[in-house]
Design a protein around this ligand. Structure first.
Ligand code: TEU
Ligand code: CA
Length: 592
């Protein structure tokens, strides 16, 4: 299919989305939790950076078993974050600045405190019984009741994904935690209720949704046992039977028809545990009628052993990263799909600590390198709060008591139990927490060098400890006078985003060409636009802490170098060999 100009250009492709993690953004009433009023007060900060859409992680009413990803009322705000009136004000202030809001849609499961679930569990014949997934126990040889199959709980793999409910003597499916019962999407009433919630916010002025684990809404209805892949574990990963399940595409098409097609909305589906191109294109192909784009996990899973849990560690190298980027840049272009660009969010450690080098000498260059890469690739760009400052992981000296995430605490408790007498194993597990816990990106935003980094009042204890480096790494410092000799990470991001917008034909929409897939030190590529006044750009990123001689490919006709992750004036050649400094990244203009 030939994509015409109007079909090609969409606001949701060109916008820059800034993800806010509400609990950690800014506390305005001194209860130690970020709030909606805090977000509203920082819109100019977000706008000045160059973002134009704000995605809020969940602020709905919730007991916070999983930080709001357990919703107790989809049409109300949790009092700790504010009120519906606060959200209306936020939307109003966003629109005043020509910005938009997208909400997190968490509808694979609800909180166990949602009234739908209280009704459902109250009796076998309650009209909402069938809104969740209830099954009779299976009985073992001794006649004891057991869960209906062998699926493991995702956030506590030593437990079953099924939770027994005394009242009616049945199990309910709870893939993530017992506090997050899975909705039964087979029931049309459930789907209608979800559509109703979606209309509610879209009518209120919300411009789209990030859809939480939207690819697990359809389960194989025979609920078969999963293959035993972890023989030392009782419960097994059941992905095969619920990730991109049998009716997922049907449900997404229906949602599109009933709701999304009536608005010009941004939709991004979170889809872990899926890699197959065909499967992904079915959801995000331009004619699919499902979602605008999804979050593909290839980059954030790059250091994870395939098929194993998030805390498993696989060593990776630059070639792996290049091949993933290359694959999806090419695939989406060739198969007329659309993709998101992200390397950080509330479920992952900080990118500067993970993909580059967060030590003082290199942190800024590394963060800029990641900014330059993301700002020049094709797709819709997502920036996670603090990424624009190059915030890093929490120090390894912090003890387990500083980690608040249910996934981390469950993992650590189990690990301690399993390996209490094996110091080496213990250290290994702790090392995984230090590298990969979700808590690293959930620490309070670092606004200033005042106590608690200005996140809350000095006399208040924030819900989570502020990273120790806040006096050195904070927004106030990075927003200081724009000194061309010392460009802060924030200023660099600002330039990158402005540049991306000014040259959207090449960066947002352009063709990607990888230069030298086998070079394991330098990631270099061309981006070329397709319109009348088409442009070509070259990006060269030294992905090492060493000086590297890099030769500009002969076929590339360089004009000039325009951006550099290393401060100061450099006389860089446009022909032949450049000696790249550690973590030096360059952007240059080429002749076509
Ligand atoms: O995350 C889905 C999810 O499973 C992963 O991103 C998760 O962090 C990790 O891979 C598990 O090992 C979404 C939300 O983003 C996350 O914050 C929620 O905890 C989760 O769904 C449940 O709602
Ligand atoms: Ca507050």
């Amino acid at each position: 299919m030939v994509v015409t100009g109007t079909e090609k250009h969409r606001w949701w492709k060109e916008c820059i989305v800034y993800q806010v993690y509400p609990s950690s953004f800014l506390d305005t009433n001194g209860d130690g939790w970020g709030d909606v009023a805090g977000i509203t007060s920082k819109l100019d900060y977000i706008k000045d950076l160059g973002a134009d859409v704000v995605w809020l992680s969940p602020i709905y009413k919730s007991p916070q078993a999983d930080m709001g990803y357990d919703v107790a009322d989809y049409k109300d705000i949790d009092p700790r974050y504010g009120t519906l009136a606060d959200v209306d004000r936020l939307i109003h202030e966003l629109h005043k600045r020509e910005m938009k809001l997208i909400m997190d849609l968490v509808v694979n499961h609800t909180s166990n405190e949602h009234s739908w679930f209280s009704e459902s569990r109250s009796s076998l014949d309650n009209p909402r019984r069938n809104w969740y997934i209830w099954k009779k126990p299976r009985y073992n040889e001794l006649g004891r009741p057991e869960p209906p199959n062998n699926w493991a709980q995702l956030f506590k793999s030593e437990n079953s994904a099924w939770t027994f409910d005394e009242k009616t003597g049945e199990y309910y499916l709870s893939l993530f935690t017992p506090e997050q019962p899975d909705l039964n999407w087979e029931n049309p009433e459930v789907r209608e209720a979800v559509h109703d919630v979606m209309h509610f916010w879209l009518r209120r002025g919300v411009s789209g949704y990030r859809m939480d684990v939207i690819n697990v809404i359809s389960k194989v209805q025979s609920f078969p046992d999963a293959e035993v892949v972890l023989p030392d574990q009782r419960w097994q990963p059941g992905f095969k039977h619920f990730a991109n399940g049998p009716r997922m595409h049907e449900f997404l098409k229906e949602m599109n028809r009933e709701v999304l097609s009536k608005y010009d909305a941004l939709t991004v589906g979170e889809m872990p545990w899926v890699r197959e191109e065909d499967e992904i294109l079915k959801a995000v192909g331009s004619q699919a009628g499902e979602l605008n784009m999804i979050f593909i996990f290839d980059i954030v899973d790059i250091d994870t052993v395939p098929g194993r849990d998030r805390f498993s560690i696989r060593e990776w190298n630059l070639k792996d990263l290049k091949s993933v980027v290359h694959k999806w840049q090419r695939t989406m272009a060739e198969r007329d799909g659309w993709n998101s660009l992200f390397i950080e969010n509330h479920d992952n450690p900080r990118s500067v600590s993970r993909y580059v080098d967060d030590r003082d000498a290199f942190r800024e260059r590394g963060a800029k390198l990641l900014a330059l890469m993301q700002a020049t690739l094709t797709g819709t760009l997502y920036v996670y709060q603090g990424e624009e400052l190059g915030l890093r992981n929490v120090p390894t000296s912090w003890g387990p008591e500083e980690y608040k995430d249910i996934e981390s605490t469950n993992f650590w408790e189990r690990h301690k139990k399993l390996h209490s007498d094996d110091p080496e194993k213990l250290a290994e597990g702790w090392g995984a927490i230090c590298r990969k816990a979700r808590d690293h990106s959930r620490t309070p935003m670092q606004w200033t060098s005042a106590p608690h980094a200005g996140f809350t009042r000095p006399d208040v204890t924030p819900w989570m400890r502020v990273n120790d480096d806040y006096e050195d790494v904070n927004a106030e410092k990075q927003l200081g006078p724009d000194d061309p000799e010392k460009v802060s990470v924030w200023r660099f991001w600002q330039r990158c985003l402005a540049h991306r917008k000014a040259h959207r034909d090449a960066f947002v929409y352009g063709d990607f060409e990888l230069l030298d897939a086998d070079d394991d030190k330098v990631f270099a590529y061309l981006k070329t636009g397709s319109e009348a006044e088409a442009e070509r750009w070259i990006i060269a990123l030294n992905w090492t802490g060493d000086n590297v001689d890099w030769e500009i490919p002969e076929a590339v006709q360089m004009q000039e170098w325009l951006m550099d992750t290393v401060d100061g004036k450099h006389d860089l050649p446009t022909l032949g060999v450049i000696e790249l400094e550690p973590w030096q990244g360059l952007l240059g203009r080429c002749h076509l």
